[in-house]
Design a protein around this ligand. Structure first.
Ligand SMILES: [Zn+2]
Length: 251
């Protein structure tokens, strides 16, 4: 992501796919992810090696799915001027949501080593387990692929619940397998290779299972799963994976 200036874009130009974030028409997208055995074995959603990154804006299949979710589920009036918190913000998606829907977006990240390069100064330092915001503040909170990294999921979700307005929506994508009923918590002493073997990534603390909904419900967030019905568009945007949007309402 973010290396697009170095790519000779004409090599990727074509008619096979298009990017709903930047409008690029592509013959092929760029590769991302890894093919670790556990990912295939458990059909982990939101992981695995696949050619889905836009060579122009760096958006992933998840970013493009997210944009379609907002387009399909909200009217312009429901979004304009609304306050959104974007945790560990995907750059191209954040920019697009702000420009397309005029959302007022606050971006935070822990800014841990290894992820530093991805962010500019508009991303403030903050921890999702102790959000530096007052209660009932945001209409939307996007927190994608973060909860598998945090020390305590319940604490992070209670902070999301606290800072979300009543009736507000949070989107919390995580790598998960519906083949396992219970979330697998990593052992403290596990090294990177153990985490890759059992959880699918070197720095993950857990692998969510079919019980992910229960985590949300326990935090008084009401989850629903959304997926795209327009299969032609899905193919065009190269949303080949089985990922669905996990959107929860605070009630
Ligand atoms: Zn793009």
């Amino acid at each position: 992501m973010g290396f697009s200036f170095f790519l000779p874009l004409f090599l990727f130009r074509g008619k096979n796919y298009s990017c709903n974030i930047c409008g690029f028409h592509a013959r092929e997208f760029l590769s991302r992810g890894h093919n670790y055995p556990i990912i295939q074995e458990l059909s982990i959603i939101g992981a695995g090696k696949r050619k889905v990154d836009c060579p122009k804006c760096g958006s992933s299949d998840r970013d493009r799915l997210m944009f379609e979710y907002f387009k399909s589920n909200f009217t312009a009036e429901q979004l304009v001027g609304k306050k959104m918190l974007h945790v560990a913000p995907e750059k191209a998606l954040s920019r697009k949501l702000a420009s397309e829907f005029q959302l007022d977006i606050v971006k935070i990240d822990l800014r841990t080593q290894g992820y530093l390069f991805a962010y500019d100064k508009s991303v403030i330092h903050g921890n999702v387990m102790n959000l530096p915001f007052e209660s009932n503040f945001f209409d939307f909170i996007i927190c994608n692929h973060v909860l598998e990294h945090v020390e305590n999921v319940a604490t992070a979700l209670s902070e999301i619940h606290r800072t979300l307005k009543s009736g507000g929506t949070t989107i919390t994508q995580v790598p998960m397998s519906v083949k396992i009923p219970q979330t697998i918590e990593g052992q403290k002493h596990w090294e990177a290779k153990d985490r890759i073997k059992h959880l699918g990534q070197f720095d993950h603390l857990r692998l969510f299972g079919a019980d992910f909904k229960e985590h949300l419900k326990r935090a008084n967030l009401l989850p629903s799963y959304w997926t795209m019905n327009n299969l032609q568009l899905k193919e065009k945007l190269k949303l080949g994976s089985d990922e669905f949007v996990i959107a929860s309402k605070k009630h």
